[in-house]
Design a protein around this ligand. Structure first.
Ligand SMILES: [Zn+2]
Ligand SMILES: [Zn+2]
Length: 380
């Protein structure tokens, strides 16, 4: 802590060698005097001297209105309440700032870069009534003083919901844009997908319309085949929308030409760990040799021990089956309804491909899964 009287000689010494603007001069001493405005202090210290071109910033502080306008323009399409500012400034400015600080042994003060971004934040806040939040802002500006541009990024939002698919033929996932493999490019409007004829596509289309944004990243609670139906209360999902323009919107149940969406709500984030869930699945199975009810009765034993699933990677997992029902349809066909732990690969379970026990093994005849539908999905 120093007194104003103590710093006057140092300030005079600096000003004898270097012209500094009010901001840059004030910044060198404001911390030790516990003052908040660099500009007011600088002005006071310099009262007798006429203003020249600042040695450190070349009077950048006097031209911040130009950059403020870039920020206002860049953010005009976004709805937000909090923001933060970052900047890229010419290395020569940083060098001169470092040089003067080391020459006069001035420690613990803001750098010229910190002060410029703080000042821009103050100006933007005053003009737009938005609040600065350096920790978790909704909007982040990066003002580039080198090429006089302003980049803007908005914090992602996440929505959860459920979908019911009552028509066969729509895949769950959407193929990525051919040009960018899903990273986002000009051709796909930075969405990473160019078509919208899947469950993912239908949800994406809806959220882009409501919130804007670039890429929609999905977390699915289980998956199904293109030919599968998803009934009951539907399959839960989470979608994270990158760079949204809007952050709030009324979300109500809605029907697209592919799916019905319900339970839509804004959530804090997608689950970090995969959620445990239980699916009720109806499987249409055909057998190579005719099976009678005596054979089929053996399927009831599926609830006794967990099903062991081996992956190509060598990973082993167990899935419990809680309930089994079956109905004979014809000599070589029956319907199986199971309530099982989520993630059981149904087709492989029927043929018994690296899964024990599989349906084919239990019935002792090759089996084929003709179709499988989800009757309900419960999250634990
Ligand atoms: Zn300056
Ligand atoms: Zn693309």
């Amino acid at each position: 802590m120093s007194t104003y009287q103590e710093i006057i000689p140092i300030a005079e010494k600096i000003l004898k060698k270097y012209d500094l603007c009010d901001h840059c001069l004030g910044r060198l001493f404001s911390k030790q005097l516990h003052l908040s405005s660099n500009k007011v202090l600088g002005k006071k210290l310099k009262k007798k001297l006429g203003s020249q071109k600042c040695y450190v910033c070349k009077n950048l502080f006097e031209n911040l209105n130009h950059f403020l306008k870039l920020m206002v323009d860049a953010s005009s399409n976004y709805s937000f309440t909090t923001f933060s500012v970052g900047s890229m400034i010419k290395p020569s400015i940083v060098d001169r700032d470092d040089f003067i600080r080391s020459q006069f042994k001035l420690k613990g003060i803001d750098s010229v870069k910190t002060d410029i971004t703080k000042e821009l934040g103050r100006l933007f806040s005053r003009k737009t009534k938005k609040t600065t939040d350096p920790i978790d802002p909704e909007i982040t500006f990066t003002v580039n003083f080198k090429d006089e541009s302003c980049q803007i990024r908005s914090k992602s939002i996440t929505i959860s919901g459920r979908y019911v698919k009552s028509q066969r033929g729509f895949p769950q996932k959407q193929k990525s844009c051919d040009n960018c493999s899903g990273k986002g490019c000009r051709i796909c409007n930075f969405h990473g997908i160019t078509e919208f004829d899947s469950v993912e596509g239908a949800i994406s289309k809806l959220v882009f319309k409501k919130f804007g944004g670039t890429i929609a990243k999905f977390t699915w609670i289980g998956g199904e085949d293109q030919s599968s139906l998803v009934l009951g209360t539907g399959r839960p999902f989470f979608v994270k929308i990158q760079n949204p323009l809007k952050r709030k919107s009324k979300l109500s149940s809605t029907t697209t030409n592919t799916i019905d969406l319900s339970n839509l709500k804004l959530v804090y984030e997608s689950p970090k760990k995969s959620l445990k869930f239980i699916s009720t699945i109806k499987i249409a199975i055909s057998t190579e040799i005719p099976v009678d009810s005596k054979h089929l009765k053996k399927l009831k034993d599926l609830t006794l021990n967990p099903i062991v699933v081996y992956e190509k990677s060598g990973k082993r997992s167990e899935k419990k089956i809680f309930k089994v029902n079956y109905k004979k349809i014809s000599k070589n066909a029956f319907t199986l309804i199971i309530k099982a732990e989520g993630g059981l690969p149904i087709k492989r379970f029927v043929i018994g491909d690296d899964i024990t026990p599989g349906i084919a093994t239990i019935l002792d005849t090759p089996c084929k899964c003709q179709e499988f539908d989800f009757l309900d999905i419960e999250v634990k």
